[in-house]
Design a protein around this ligand. Structure first.
Ligand SMILES: [Zn+2]
Length: 74
């Protein structure tokens, strides 16, 4: 018997990250542009890949999960 595990993988070197992944929204001061369309920025933990050192810019989820995810359906 086995399980299928979804795990965080670095898109650059394809190594599985052996740590928890987290993000925090960062407040961005208003500018002429951001008043019209607010700018959202996030700090991702870990900041970079422990294997290849590449900096993480975003977190992507699989395009489709094999079950209905109701957490984000409000
Ligand atoms: Zn990497």
């Amino acid at each position: 018997m086995a399980d299928i595990l979804f795990g965080p993988v670095c898109s650059n070197c394809h190594e599985v990250l052996p740590c928890d992944i987290d993000y925090e929204e960062v407040r961005v001061e208003s500018t002429a542009v951001s008043v019209i369309e607010p700018i959202k920025r996030y700090n991702i933990t870990p900041y970079s890949c422990p294997f290849c050192g590449e900096k993480f810019m975003r977190i992507e989820m699989p395009t489709r999960l094999p079950y209905r995810n109701t957490i984000f359906e409000i």
